[in-house]
Design a protein around this ligand. Structure first.
Ligand SMILES: C[S@@+](CC[C@H](N)C(=O)[O-])C[C@H]1O[C@@H](n2cnc3c(N)ncnc32)[C@H](O)[C@@H]1O
Length: 256
């Protein structure tokens, strides 16, 4: 389990995940209603998906603060919910600790990449070994009736690979290649016919309301899946994510 390992790399990564989650909450609190339409759209699609399938069990991947999860609506259907994340906010664990419909599962959805990096010496890490690990990491068996991959796909590679790039273990092209491998592996992990995937796929940067630049966040093809919806997330209006620019995330929902 994540918390048992003592290596300083792993500790740093773990702190990265905790501060990443605090960062989401802080941004949400600062942006207020700018985030509402994105959160509501995510909740609406999940609710529709669940009401149309009437699952007994639902697994949410990347559940975090549940900002984008219609948790009350899901629980009202009587379904059991497995909240799945690499780290769960204390407040969320506390809130649902005594709810028999809710279970928490703490796993690295990158198949243990965090341990793999955290348990190695810096000089042992290289691009080829990482690529090999990612492509051969064990696939999860998600047996639930419905699986929701929720605003997670673009996040999976970010922390571990940026960490290694900062340590000068990876070049930009290697980060991009490995990001694609990680995202592909995630898609392979999702059970067909019962998964709803919601993800951002592009960042748009604006200055004086004019589009200045675009950066892709997803490198796998989502076009092959059934397209359910697409919308804009007013992610950062305060110009703190990319300095001097406001950022809009392009988001889409597909059925796997
Ligand atoms: C952008 S958030 C999604 C929003 C989230 N539903 C919320 O309301 O806070 C992405 C979530 O994915 C989790 N995550 C990132 N990498 C992960 C990994 N390798 N395994 C499992 N969860 C991961 C983060 O901890 C975070 O809670």
């Amino acid at each position: 389990m994540l918390h048992r390992i003592k290596s300083s790399w792993l500790r740093n990564l773990r702190i990265g995940y905790i501060s990443g989650q605090s960062g989401i909450m802080n941004r949400y609190l600062n942006e207020g209603e700018n985030w509402n339409s994105h959160l509501e759209k995510s909740k609406q699609l999940i609710t529709e998906f669940i009401l149309s399938r009437k699952p007994k069990t639902v697994r949410i991947l990347g559940s975090g603060w549940l900002l984008d999860v219609p948790i009350d609506a899901i629980l009202k259907t009587g379904a059991k919910v497995i909240l799945t994340d690499i780290i769960h906010p204390r407040q969320i664990k506390h809130k649902y600790a005594h709810n028999s419909q809710v279970t928490f599962e703490t796993i690295d959805l990158n198949g243990g990449l965090v341990f793999f990096i955290g348990n190695r010496k810096v000089k042992q890490i290289n691009y080829f070994e990482l690529a090999n690990f990612i492509n051969n990491s064990p696939l999860n068996q998600f047996n639930e009736d419905v699986v929701i991959s929720l605003n997670l796909l673009s996040q999976l590679a970010e922390l571990p690979l940026n960490f290694l790039a900062r340590k000068q273990k990876l070049d930009d092209w290697q980060v991009e290649e490995l990001t694609e491998e990680i995202q592909n592996r995630h898609l392979q992990n999702l059970p067909t016919g019962k998964t709803l995937l919601i993800t951002d796929f592009e960042e748009e940067y604006y200055q004086d309301k004019k589009l200045s630049a675009v950066k892709p966040t997803v490198f796998v093809k989502l076009e092959d899946y059934k397209q359910l919806a697409e919308w804009d997330w007013n992610f950062d209006t305060l110009e703190t994510y990319k300095e001097d620019y406001t950022t809009i995330l392009k988001v889409k929902a597909v059925e796997i």
